[in-house]
Write a protein that binds this ligand. Structure first.
Ligand code: ADP
Length: 390
């Protein structure tokens, strides 16, 4: 195993379990801050392993692999939420600081635990229930009205593990699997939302917190495709209540590092919380180029209990558009083209192979004309993946 090389001057090593693009995007800020990263990677060619010299390959579900990795780290944090509870417990028992802590992380790992806790805290949620049987599904549908939204409590992402159903029959397979695993299903009323918002903030172990402005997230086929920062025409009072709810959740759950609170904005100035992520999040990619302190730098500061940086936006608007894999594996020619077309564009690619629909990068633009920024970001993202050629 390669031992991470520590910078002279007493600077720590931050270990990240998981070698995806979120770990990769910590590398730039870590270098700037004089910190050393070490990544427990899924494979030698994982997104982060391509840019972090200390990227031992290991299995995040294997206690021995994770403990061996953590020995060389001063703090351990995560690229994803899939590290099992027993591995997390062993990690904490080994004495290395772990942020976010497993006590907080379980509410991001399990959507049923999250719903229960948020409801206890009085944070607005869609009406929900745990269902284990077809009868319970039918009863919930009859109560809140069909269709309802069914979710597997664990392991879903990008809309996988979410289904909109109009009868219990459509959930026969899911119910069988949930019964076998003993997990149950989360059922929610289908919320007639106006749009999706996200509150992103960071909180440190000593309790300092800093929130970025509330953003609007636009999803296509269950995948986030665009983020508008800040959310246009957001009622300032709603914005303040949303941020207050985010800070309250972070404090009550003891979240450390970056927390994303995904929300639905309803008609009439209300919101409900959809879900929580305790790590840098797609809704915060805009901040790398659009705020004094980007989310990856802030996450590193927070998990090390360093003073947090300012989350203030640099320009009135920042638009982020995700680059999803298309039909063309060769990105270099199209990437050259968008750079030439728009010198104001910031391009971030993750070193990942192209697969249709896979998040392989994003672009951001900042400025004061929102419609122009949306056009430029959307065009560049589409051009890089090869769906437009003009
Ligand atoms: P994932 O963890 O896979 O991202 P989410 O719980 O965020 O799953 O749901 C994915 C998308 O499904 C959301 O962004 C939203 O568009 C839609 N969705 C989820 N829950 C509801 C709901 N209760 N009502 C209406 N739409 C929902």
């Amino acid at each position: 195993m390669t031992t991470p090389r520590r910078a002279p001057g007493g600077f720590p090593v931050v270990g990240i379990v998981g070698g995806g693009q979120l770990a990769r995007m910590c590398a730039g800020p870590a270098a700037e801050l004089g910190l050393t990263l070490s990544v427990l990677a899924e494979a030698p060619d994982a997104s982060a392993a391509l840019v972090v010299p200390s990227s031992p390959v290991g299995d995040h579900t294997d206690t021995e692999d994770v403990l061996r990795f953590a020995e060389a780290c001063d703090v351990v944090t995560f690229d994803h939420e899939h590290v099992p509870a027993d591995v997390l417990a062993a990690l904490v028992a080994s004495g290395v600081p772990v942020h976010p802590t497993p006590d907080a992380l379980r509410f991001a790992q399990d959507k049923l635990a999250m719903r229960e806790r948020l409801t206890d805290l009085g944070v607005p949620c869609p009406r929900w229930v745990r269902a284990d049987t077809a009868e319970e599904v039918e009863a919930f549908g009859a109560e809140v009205g069909w269709p309802v939204v069914a979710k597997t409590p664990r392991g879903g992402y990008d809309g996988k593990g979410v289904a909109v159903v109009s009868s219990a029959d459509e959930l026969t397979d899911w119910l069988a699997r949930a019964q076998e695993a003993g997990t149950g299903l989360l059922l929610e009323e289908r919320v007639p939302f106006r749009r999706e918002l996200a509150v992103l903030l960071a909180r440190s172990p000593s309790g300092q917190a800093a929130a970025w402005p509330v953003v609007e997230t636009v999803q296509t086929d269950g995948i986030c495709t665009e983020v508008l920062a800040p959310a246009p025409d957001l009622d300032p009072e709603l914005s303040a209540r949303a941020v207050e709810a985010g800070l309250r959740v972070a404090g009550a759950l003891g979240v450390t590092g970056v927390l994303a609170v995904e929300m639905f904005e309803l008609e009439g100035g209300e919101f409900v919380v959809n879900e929580l992520a305790m790590r840098p999040h797609n809704s915060g990619h805009w901040s790398m180029d659009g705020a004094v302190t980007g989310q990856f730098e802030q996450h590193l500061r927070a998990v090390l209990d360093l003073p947090l940086g300012s989350p203030r936006p640099l320009e009135p608007w920042t638009v982020m558009a995700n680059v999803l894999g298309g039909d063309y594996p060769e990105l270099y020619p199209t990437y050259r083209h968008v750079m030439a077309r728009d010198p104001g564009l910031k391009v971030h690619l993750y070193g990942k192979g192209v697969r249709p629909g896979r998040k392989i990068g994003h672009v951001t633009v900042t400025g004061d004309d929102l419609a122009d920024l949306r056009e430029r970001a959307g065009h560049a993202a589409d051009y890089i993946r090869g769906v437009v050629t003009e």
